[in-house]
Design a protein around this ligand. Structure first.
Ligand code: ATP
Length: 548
């Protein structure tokens, strides 16, 4: 059996055993080739490679065993680009495989390093092929229809669905003809590969038109307290765009918290599921520039039309159009058209719709129609998880302590966290050293110096007072009721642990108390932490708040 026979069969098995979305996103884009007698499966990039290796390789292996129980050709996973092949339309019984393999002795040469070496049966560059590509039925369905249709189709139907594979509709007759004529399998496979690569090229150019960043996927986005709701909503939109509950989806928050990444992940997921959905990501600045150009060229109609055609419009930093009358007016038209047509609109902003200074009131109110969600700064755990994810994507080993160290010190936003991570990685490569706390400290010296604020007694007292809902005068006053004495003792203990102050200095900061009172407090709290869950929890929470 040759690779070009094997892989479509393998794809078919995987298609039948994996959820459709996972198959489309991860398995279908894999390409194949041969190297030194080995069959090689190529993943496009490191991220895909790792994901395939960790999540799907056992499935690939078991599909291989099912198809080739005695097969001895090694199957290797690599990063690179081979030839795309599609899943077979039906499983080939082993007897057919054996006889095809016997006929085809040259098929191994079909799969070469250079796709240009393949002489296509139907040259994708010929007018005929181009016409076929162009002749794809004009889409009139909404994004929602397409997704709904896609979900309705069972995996077995996907193969023959014209909606899903308009460009490949010319594959099947060619294949059938070849079989009828009993032509060598090499010719069949060449035609298949040529059409597949035309399909792949047209998909690529459709992707370029979306203006999305391929790295902004859900897989690369860490979930945490700060984005949990928005993340869940984003996934729902990617599954079911145009739903009025989420239309528009308005994501707001401070800089560098992941707004762009999140909204582009929706676009990327949608594109991966159904490449025919027209997606357009645009930064507000680009829209403004477009308006200026349209003004000079007197081409407002063309510009409106261009945007009104899309199924999903993502506009980043929409606050920038505020105060620009003509831009707001044009956006108003585009926006109304899309919402009326049940096309999905996604907007990001630095603040709530109603708070955008200078924004047309009609737009402000329309922006609030769907769902508005805020992204909040990530807490410590999420920052650590983000660093670990960045390390995984960059294939860099990051020690847990180092991740905690960086996350503890860089709190402002994810972009700065990412910047710090890159510096640490650069330092590690430069010094050929592993990323540990020592190396991170060296790499981030200047940032740490600026961020480093020594812990003060006042800060501890304020934090503890706020936590227990008492006042500072209660905290340092003379009253010794339990509801005041316990927080006071906890604050004293935290001061002993987190500041370099001596016991007398701490005592004096608590209304001039003696150092023995502080010693007693420290002992009492330490004892309580061994047998009183409530005190333990309060103490640990306060410690976390103060350290973060
Ligand atoms: N939860 C997350 N998981 C992984 N990476 C994240 C996360 N949030 C943000 N990032 C990364 O942080 C960087 C900044 O994010 P992004 O550009 O999306 O922020 P933003 O909120 O749009 O910022 P701005 O308002 O300045 O445009 C990006 O590289 C993004 O991948």
């Amino acid at each position: 059996m040759t690779l070009t026979e094997f892989w479509p069969q393998c794809l078919l098995q995987l298609k039948q055993s994996l959820p459709a979305q996972q198959y489309q996103m991860w398995i279908a884009p894999l390409t194949v080739g041969e190297e030194n007698g080995n069959w090689v499966i190529f993943a496009r990039n490191t991220f895909t490679f790792n994901h395939i290796r960790e999540r799907f390789w056992p499935a690939v292996e078991s599909a291989r065993q099912a198809i080739l129980p005695d097969g001895s050709t090694p199957l290797i996973l690599k990063i690179g680009q081979g030839h795309p092949l599609q899943a077979a339309t039906q499983a080939v019984p082993p007897s057919t495989i054996a006889s095809t393999a016997a006929v085809d002795t040259t098929a191994a040469t079909v799969v070469t390093e250079n796709p240009a070496e393949i002489i296509p049966k139907t040259d994708p560059a010929t007018p005929e092929a181009t016409a076929k590509t162009r002749a794809a039925p004009k889409r009139t369905e909404s994004a929602q229809d397409i997704i709904a249709k896609r979900l309705r189709h069972s995996q077995s139907k996907i193969d023959s669905s014209p909606a899903d594979n308009s460009e490949s509709s010319n594959i099947k007759p060619a294949k059938a003809e070849k079989h009828e004529a009993a032509a060598p399998a090499i010719a069949v496979d060449s035609a298949q590969i040529a059409v597949d690569s035309a399909h792949e090229n047209s998909k690529k150019s459709r992707y370029t038109e979306t203006n999305l960043n391929p790295e902004h996927t859900f897989a690369a986005l860490v979930q945490g307290k700060g984005n949990r709701l928005a993340h869940a909503a984003a996934l729902s939109i990617a599954e079911n765009p145009g739903n009025s509950m989420y239309n528009p989806f308005f994501v707001y928050g401070s800089t560098g918290l992941g707004k762009t990444h999140l909204v582009q992940a929706i676009g990327n997921q949608l594109f991966a599921a159904e490449a025919k959905v027209k997606i357009r990501y645009i930064h507000a600045d680009e829209f403004i520039r477009g308006i200026m150009n349209a003004f000079h060229a007197k081409s407002f109609d063309a510009m409106r039309q261009q945007y009104q055609q899309v199924d999903l419009l993502i506009m980043d930093d929409v606050q920038f159009i505020a105060g620009k009358d003509r831009t707001m007016e044009e956006f108003f038209y585009v926006y109304n058209h899309l919402i009326d047509e049940k096309k999905q609109v996604i907007l990001t902003c630095d603040t709530l719709p109603t708070h955008i200074d200078g924004m047309d009131d009609r737009l402000k109110s329309r922006f609030s129609w769907g769902l508005s969600l805020e992204l909040e700064p990530p807490e410590l755990e999420m920052r650590v998880a983000i660093l670990q994810k960045k390390a995984e994507l960059a294939q860099v080993k990051l020690e847990d302590e180092a991740a905690f160290f960086i996350a503890k010190h860089i709190r402002s936003n994810v972009r700065e966290l990412e910047g710090a991570f890159k510096r640490v990685v650069a330092q590690s490569r430069f010094a050929s050293r592993p990323i540990d706390v020592g190396l991170a400290t060296e790499a981030l010296q200047d940032i740490l110096a600026v961020n480093h604020k020594p812990m003060t007694l006042e800060h501890i007292q304020n934090t503890v007072a706020k936590f227990y809902g008492i006042t500072i005068s209660d905290m340092v006053g003379k009253k010794r009721t339990r509801n005041l004495a316990r927080p006071r003792q906890i604050a004293m203990t935290l001061a002993k642990e987190l500041t370099p102050l001596s016991l007398p200095a701490i005592g004096s900061g608590f209304g001039g108390r003696d150092h023995t009172t502080v010693m007693h407090a420290v002992k009492s709290i330490s004892k309580l932490r061994k047998n009183d869950a409530e005190t333990t929890k309060a103490y640990e929470t306060l410690m976390m708040i103060l350290r973060d």
